[in-house]
Design a protein around this ligand. Structure first.
Ligand SMILES: C[S@@+](CC[C@H](N)C(=O)[O-])C[C@H]1O[C@@H](n2cnc3c(N)ncnc32)[C@H](O)[C@@H]1O
Length: 273
């Protein structure tokens, strides 16, 4: 039973609909839709702004891996960054190009693969990637590519999924326990039921090992709207069991005693200067 990501399945999943496209890209003008998507994104995931602190990187040379609909890419552009962006899918690159045309912004956007970055060594001050590298079959290779293209003293800002999260526990209850298959591992559950097939979630120890080439690595975990069921869940989930879970989830207990059991593992890593 392989749980490794398969890149053509990952490509198909995200090329059918970019991340959040079905939820937020509705409405009249493209400008309004992009504005609405961006404002909903940061309302739902305020940790993106709090953790990344885009405003601290004005004018830097930045690569974003996995631009999706391009909201964070727009944040980088608005800081006057010398900006490059890649995504595995044509769809995400097209959305981000349309966003940038709509707002009169500039970036060098191209289809590309995190495991084979189409850039020379020591090129960027910052490599940013939010919820993307976890779809790579070879995580060591993906992180080593991030390290390679960073300048000495450059910074990686990355979000990966955390294995010990309420999102994982709830998916396990639903798809392992309630289906009388309690032997299924959390890793298997993430890979089958979270997003695209092969989605991976990691322990802190695993992530420290992926980033071992870096001089310093800071990791922070937080409970997300998915862990607390305070939003519509991701592209794949809906139905009666989820509605019941929304009603009975003991949010205040989780926030008080289990705040390290969130899905988002945010990583800041510095390359040796
Ligand atoms: C969950 S979405 C996140 C998009 C965006 N960063 C965001 O936070 O909305 C994952 C994105 O990663 C892209 N992706 C997956 N594997 C990739 C790879 N090997 N290289 C580059 N992009 C990849 C997908 O095409 C998709 O657009």
């Amino acid at each position: 039973m392989s749980i490794a990501p398969n890149k053509s399945e990952v490509h198909k999943f995200w090329n059918d609909a970019s991340c959040g496209e079905n939820l937020y890209l509705r409405g009249e003008s493209l400008r309004d839709q992009f504005n609405e998507q961006r404002s909903q994104r940061y309302k739902l995931e305020p940790e993106i702004l709090e953790f990344t602190r885009f405003e601290n990187y004005k004018g830097k040379k930045v690569l974003e891996i996995g631009v999706g609909l391009g909201a964070d890419h727009q944040m980088w552009a608005e800081q006057g960054c010398d900006l490059h962006g890649i995504d595995l899918t044509e769809r995400a690159i097209n959305w981000t190009k349309r966003r940038f045309e709509t707002f009169g912004l500039t970036s060098n956007l191209q289809v590309g693969d995190a495991e084979n970055l189409p850039f020379p060594d020591s090129e960027f001050d910052v490599v940013y990637s939010w919820g993307v590298l976890l779809y790579c079959p070879d995580m060591y290779r993906a992180i080593s590519e991030v390290h390679r293209v960073l300048k000495p003293g450059g910074e990686a800002i990355v979000m990966l999924y955390h294995k010990w999260s309420f999102v994982g526990y709830m998916l396990w209850l639903r798809y392992a326990l309630l289906r009388l298959r309690p032997w299924l591992s959390l890793k298997y559950i993430y890979s089958e039921y979270l997003e695209s097939k092969g989605t991976q979630a990691f322990t802190v120890g695993e992530v420290r090992d992926f980033f071992k080439e870096f001089e310093s690595v800071d990791i922070d975990i937080n409970l997300t709207h998915g862990d607390l069921l305070t939003s519509q869940a991701g592209q794949r989930h809906e139905g009666g069991i989820l509605s019941i879970a929304r009603m009975i989830l003991p949010r205040s207990i989780i926030k008080r005693f289990f705040k390290n059991h969130g899905l988002f593992m945010k990583i800041r890593a510095m390359k040796k200067g």
